[in-house]
Design a protein around this ligand. Structure first.
Ligand SMILES: Cc1cc2nc3c(=O)[nH]c(=O)nc-3n(C[C@H](O)[C@H](O)[C@H](O)COP(=O)(O)O)c2cc1C
Length: 206
């Protein structure tokens, strides 16, 4: 591959930023399919395709919000150190139930590790994380905004059931997708140097 043909990829990597606020208009199904195709191109050891995707749109987001609020209520009730009641609790539950409405589309991504003996769970999870990054970059390339979200709902079996993910799955991401409502603040390019060690000789090639 020629170096100049890599430039759009590097541009997408450098420009991508999480989009917390989206416009209400949903991207077309074709655009969402392109994001899913990018996800399925991610590297995965033994070609196990450990990823599963559930696309949540329209009224399904409200249903998801109701389940997230029920999940939160259970956590609040179980927390003896931090009692919340009345208006404070109502406001908290209202906020939780509206979270899926922050974007017109949510693509939930779960990892279902292969049961082949040679496959390790961490590798399956890494492959799914690579798939999610492909989704974020595909969204960037398609002129869409995206944001990787997780939080406590990702651990709730009720959410997994709603999304048709099996019990043995690990929820990796809620990828919020839409047209950004505000342009993301692009920081200067991040500097990897503090995190890098070079071992051995490096050829001085121009
Ligand atoms: C595994 C993972 C989980 C994340 N979960 C959340 C989340 O629950 N809520 C949130 O606001 N951002 C979440 N993010 C997004 C990060 O906050 C975001 O990537 C970070 O602030 C860097 O900003 P950038 O994406 O614009 O570079 C998550 C990112 C990753 C990789």
């Amino acid at each position: 591959m020629k170096v100049e043909s890599l430039a759009p990829v590097l541009e997408a990597i450098r420009n991508r930023r999480s989009s917390p606020l989206m416009q209400p208009t949903a991207p077309s199904k074709d655009l969402i399919q392109q994001i899913l195709q990018a996800a399925a191109c991610a590297p995965n050891h033994y070609r196990t395709s450990p990823w599963r995707f559930t696309v949540v749109a329209g009224s399904a987001r409200q249903e998801m919000g109701r389940i997230m609020a029920a999940s939160l209520l259970e956590r609040v009730e179980d927390d003896e150190d931090d009692e919340k009641v009345g208006a404070e609790l109502d406001a908290l539950l209202e906020k939780e139930s509206s979270k899926p409405l922050r974007a017109p589309i949510i693509i939930a991504v779960a990892c279902v590790p292969s049961d082949q003996p040679k496959v390790s769970e961490i590798e399956e999870i890494c492959a799914c994380a690579a798939a999610v990054q492909n989704m974020l970059l595909a969204a960037e390339g398609l002129g869409l905004g995206a944001m990787w979200r997780t939080g406590k709902p990702a651990d709730d079996p009720r959410i997994k059931r709603f999304l048709s993910f099996p019990d043995n799955s690990r929820l990796i991401a809620f990828v919020y997708v839409g047209y950004p409502a505000i342009s993301s603040q692009h920081e200067r390019m991040r500097d990897p140097d503090p995190y890098v060690r070079w071992l051995g000789e490096f050829p001085d090639v121009t």
